[in-house]
Design a protein around this ligand. Structure first.
Ligand code: SF4
Ligand code: SF4
Ligand code: F3S
Length: 266
């Protein structure tokens, strides 16, 4: 495709840890480098761009104007609203201001990660910075939530590739997540499920059941109520995911998962 016909993407970073970027760049299929260099025109990203500083902020302004109504806005991170938004400053301004500006000219918005989709860990009680999800701050645009802390790499690239190929967001479920990646519970695809069904549970992390790979439900696994693709896609090119490394799912793609304590009990 001609570079000019590629979808223009502006990718903002707010209140976050950048773990979502770390996940994205490890996508194997498609390779993140293919997505960024060949499938989209990534005009702005604070973390992936070589440029920085005032000229880069000026470039963002130019992109917003030149492609008004046409660009895809990807957002990583929550939006802290307390005290005028000073808890996350970008280019010398509150992130909330930059976000609202960028959202105005966006054709559609991707909320990458549980920070953007739900407010994130920093929204844990008592949420001192009043961190909100992106869709609590902007409105009037098609929005897709791609939760996970972080989301699975191929889920991240899959959503943006859907937009690049079809020019629209993928079909969404009732919570605004793409059905193709959030249609199953972790429990539905779990390879430990036969142990659950047989009533064979690890009772502690170091007991014989844990060593034998039995179900982690009783040590807090939230797989039965968590919707995500970890069990079928797995991480790092299908290598593993939390349950496979011996830890229950903490529901990192679920709204409010940070306040669902205690983590290690049911
Ligand atoms: Fe980091 Fe998790 Fe927020 Fe992604 S969703 S930026 S991994 S805290
Ligand atoms: Fe379900 Fe978790 Fe047990 Fe897997 S480990 S079967 S997801 S409860
Ligand atoms: Fe998160 Fe659970 Fe997957 S903790 S990474 S949704 S297995």
């Amino acid at each position: 495709a001609e570079k000019a016909s590629l979808p223009v993407v502006v990718w903002l970073h707010g209140h976050e840890c950048t773990g979502c970027d770390e996940s994205f760049i490890r996508s194997q299929s498609p390779l993140a480098s293919d997505v960024v260099l060949n499938m989209i025109a990534l005009e702005y990203s604070d973390t992936l761009a070589a440029a920085a500083g005032a000229p880069f902020e000026h470039h963002l302004k130019e992109v917003r104007e030149k492609y008004a109504g046409k660009y895809l806005l990807a957002v990583e991170g929550g939006v802290p609203m307390a005290e005028g938004g000073i808890y996350c400053m970008v280019g010398g301004r509150p992130f909330a201001t930059a976000l609202k500006e960028a959202a105005q000219g966006a054709a559609a918005v991707i909320e990458y990660g549980s920070c953007a989709a739900w407010g994130g860990i920093q929204a844990a009680k008592p949420n001192p910075t009043q961190s909100l999800s992106v869709s609590e701050v902007i409105s009037g645009k098609p929005i897709v939530k791609v939760p996970g802390c972080p989301p699975v790499p191929e889920v991240m690239t899959g959503v943006i590739m859907h937009y690049a190929l079809f020019g629209a967001l993928p079909p969404l479920d009732s919570q605004g997540r793409p059905k193709q990646f959030f249609g199953n519970r972790i429990h539905d695809t779990c390879y430990r499920r036969p142990f659950f069904d047989s009533g064979m549970f690890a009772e502690k992390f170091d007991d014989a059941g844990a060593k034998a790979g039995w179900c982690l439900y009783k040590v807090g696994c939230r797989g039965p109520e968590t919707y995500n693709s970890c069990g079928n896609l797995r991480w790092w090119n299908g290598l593993s995911y939390p349950i496979q490394s011996g830890h229950g799912c903490i529901g990192c793609s679920s709204n409010n998962f940070w306040d669902m304590d205690p983590f290690y009990e049911r």
